[in-house]
Ligand binder design. Structure first.
Ligand code: ZN
Length: 490
């Protein structure tokens, strides 16, 4: 950890003074008694905006989220829920928060599943034998020790599966073959991931004996993409694995030849006893409204194949450095800024659920929530989930973000897994959407490592987070609260 530079002389005072004078000229003429600190109708004061801009510019030149990412990925590495890496990550987070000067630093217990990936061998046995680069889907059971060998049937997605007669599926391995398309907001993930999440349960219901999916990722590397699958308690569990895109191409090509294709799978994945993990929390206590909380979340756990650098050490680095920048500035927010490093996002969101259970009495004290869980790409869009009559707040937060190349999105953001429980109950959300064009080349694969993280990008991301966080926390802007969302069956 490097010593923090003295930031005072780096704050751009002259601009601030000019801004203040300009604002005074613009706003104070009609009423000479109006205080500079006073709210403009509905939104932010000149002082808040000036401070946000100063913090933004300081972050752009000095924020170092990368050091946290490097530290977590090197000192801890993979940290799948329930493993020793997971426990080491909790200890790392506590120590790092103390070091950065956060207050009320604590670990709150979370019970997590402990699943072990084990070994895997998957290969085509007919008509043209070839090994396939495969990995177990998270939560999958293993095969019998001798493995299973069966004919394979290809479907594009869940819709095609449900349109296929049961007798064509029974006794076979189902191959879900939908290719994910890359995009800035990664929106095709939502559609493609359905087969990973529900495919094994739905295929089992039709009598399938195992599932193989094309990786839910955009990489052409021979690295399969893992991720959680979800069995249905009422239906027999079957083993499930992902194969890399080039291996899926090979399998699809053999199937297209028209001959029967058989595949052999041998997997030793299994569940162990539940384990204890923790959400790690630290705060910058609010000076005048300490009971009002602006929450910034990221998740501490990761998949086991890589070192969890983009998912989600990058997010951990972003939220920790956002707090560090504000602490370093010496400024005290009015509201409490709470950093939540959540346990077990990947394997069932038990950290997010435990946080909501434990803090339910504080639900309405959560003024607004933000999350960083989309890698190292620059922020290109701010979207929100505000009450419909508070959209002027989104416009006001966007204004100082525009110079960072950030556009104003809609009021329908769906992101925020680590804050999802309170989001469902109506907590307003700000989503700083990062460019995820190459995110799914690495996400959940063995290639999720530190070299994929760009320190320069992270400076821009922290600048955006610091700006939005300061505006939300430094005054008394009323974000309101949304209606609780309808329960939907995902
Ligand atoms: Zn993540």
């Amino acid at each position: 950890m490097r010593a923090f530079p003295n930031t005072d002389e780096r704050i751009n005072k002259p601009d601030g003074v000019i801004l203040l004078a300009l604002a005074a000229a613009l706003f104070c003429l009609p009423s000479a008694s109006r205080s500079q600190e006073q709210q403009q109708p509905g939104v932010f004061s000149d002082k808040q905006l000036r401070q946000a801009v100063e913090l933004r510019d300081l972050a752009l030149s000095s924020a170092d989220a990368f050091r946290h990412v490097a530290s977590l990925t090197m000192e801890v590495g993979p940290r799948l829920a329930g493993t020793s890496g997971d426990k080491a990550a909790v200890a790392w987070a506590l120590a790092t928060m103390h070091e950065l000067g956060l207050q009320n630093v604590r670990a709150e217990d979370v019970t997590v599943s402990h699943w072990e990936r084990g070994t895997i061998e998957v290969g085509i046995t007919m008509p043209y034998p070839q090994p396939l680069a495969a990995t177990a889907l998270g939560g999958s059971i293993g095969t019998p020790t001798d493995g299973i060998e069966a004919p394979i049937i290809r479907v594009a997605d869940l819709d095609e599966l449900s349109a296929t007669p049961d007798n064509e599926v029974a006794g076979k391995i189902v191959f879900f073959d939908r290719r994910m398309q890359a995009s800035k907001d990664g929106d095709d993930y939502t559609e493609t991931v359905k087969a990973r999440r529900d495919g094994p349960a739905k295929a089992a219901a039709k009598g399938a004996i195992a599932v193989i999916i094309r990786s839910v990722g955009t990489s052409s590397a021979r690295l399969p993409h893992t991720g959680r699958t979800r069995y249905d308690d009422a239906i027999r569990q079957i083993p499930a694995a992902a194969i890399s895109n080039p291996d899926a191409d090979m399998l699809a090509m053999q199937l297209a030849g028209g001959e029967a294709v058989t595949v052999k799978m041998n997997m030793s994945a299994r569940y162990l006893e539940d384990e204890r993990s923790a959400n790690v929390i630290g705060e910058i206590r609010g000076a005048s409204r300490p009971d009002e909380i602006v929450i910034l979340a990221a998740h501490l756990d990761s998949w086991d194949l890589g070192t969890g650098a983009i998912d989600d050490a990058a997010g951990i680095g972003i939220v920790l450095e956002t707090a560090a920048q504000i602490i370093r500035s010496g400024r005290k927010p009015a509201r409490t800024i709470r950093i939540l490093l959540a346990a077990d996002e990947e394997f069932g969101l038990s950290g997010a659920k435990a946080y909501a259970d434990r803090h339910m009495a504080e639900l309405h004290s959560h003024v607004v929530g933000m999350e960083a869980d989309f890698g190292d790409g620059k922020v290109w869009r701010i979207s929100t989930l505000f009450p419909d009559d508070r959209l002027e707040i989104a416009t006001a937060i966007h204004a100082p973000l525009e110079s960072l190349g950030i556009e104003l999105g809609d009021n329908k953001t769906g992101s925020g897994a680590d804050i999802s429980e309170f989001k469902k109950l109506g907590m307003p959300v700000i989503s700083l959407g990062q460019d995820g064009t190459d995110y799914f080349d690495y996400h959940h694969t063995a290639s999720d490592t530190l070299d994929k993280v760009n320190p320069e990008n992270l400076r821009q991301v922290v600048a955006a987070f610091v700006t939005a966080t300061w505006l939300a926390a430094s005054g008394d802007v009323d974000f309101g609260f949304r209606e609780p969302e309808e329960e939907t069956e995902e």
